[in-house]
Design a protein around this ligand. Structure first.
Ligand code: ATP
Ligand code: MG
Length: 180
């Protein structure tokens, strides 16, 4: 499984639609300060279901929508789609390719799609449990996160091991069953 492409429109500094194509291997994103490198990482977290504005370096969820510049008006929505190659079926779905999309409007209205079909955040989260990719996963290591892991609470550190060991989905299912 690998990241194939990332399409961003109206998200943070990306007013125009931009389609990043990745290949199986290493990609580096370089650019001057403030040019939007970290915003690319934020777009990945966001499309995978990040619910915390603070994690995305904003104060509320609408902050991810392009807020305009001196010569460009703000936009009304932000949209991000991520496409992963799933030929090895590491993600537990029949598709060879998985595209997850998220869109939010200024009104607060928002939607998620899985291969073009409207779905719930929960459906997206379930696909990524135990893959290390979800928003709780360790595939995105943000600035300061290593420090947090090393000095964090043992319970929080344990979550990382649960994800790596592939038992998160069982824990979630157990918790849901106990609640019923
Ligand atoms: P550095 O090298 O300093 O880490 P960077 O390339 O990672 O920089 P980012 O933090 O990704 O840069 O981008 C910051 C830029 O994104 C700022 O110029 C900021 O104004 C812009 N930005 C953030 N949110 C929005 C938004 N909602 N609308 C328009 N621009 C935004
Ligand atoms: Mg940065």
């Amino acid at each position: 499984m690998y990241l194939k492409s990332l399409e961003i429109q109206g998200f943070k500094s990306f007013a125009n639609k931009i389609d990043f194509k990745f290949h199986n291997g290493i990609t580096g994103i370089v650019g001057p300060n403030g040019s939007g490198k970290s915003n690319v990482g934020d777009a990945v977290r966001w499309v995978l279901g990040e619910q915390s504005a603070r994690q995305l370096r904003g104060s509320n969820m609408q902050d991810v929508i392009f807020s305009g510049t001196e010569n460009r008006k703000p936009l009304g929505f932000a949209s991000v789609s991520i496409t992963l190659d799933n030929a090895d079926h590491k993600l537990p779905v029949d598709y060879e390719e998985v595209t997850v999309s998220r869109r939010v409007y200024r009104s607060g209205e928002s939607e998620y799609r899985l291969n073009g079909t409207s779905c719930r955040l929960k459906d997206i989260q379930e696909i990524f449990y135990d893959t290390g990719i979800g928003k709780e996963g360790y595939s995105i290591i943000g600035q300061g996160q290593i420090e947090k892991i090393l000095s964090g609470r043992p319970e929080d550190r344990r979550e990382l091991f649960d994800e790596a060991a592939g038992i998160v989905k069982f824990k979630r299912r157990k918790a849901a069953a106990v609640k019923k």
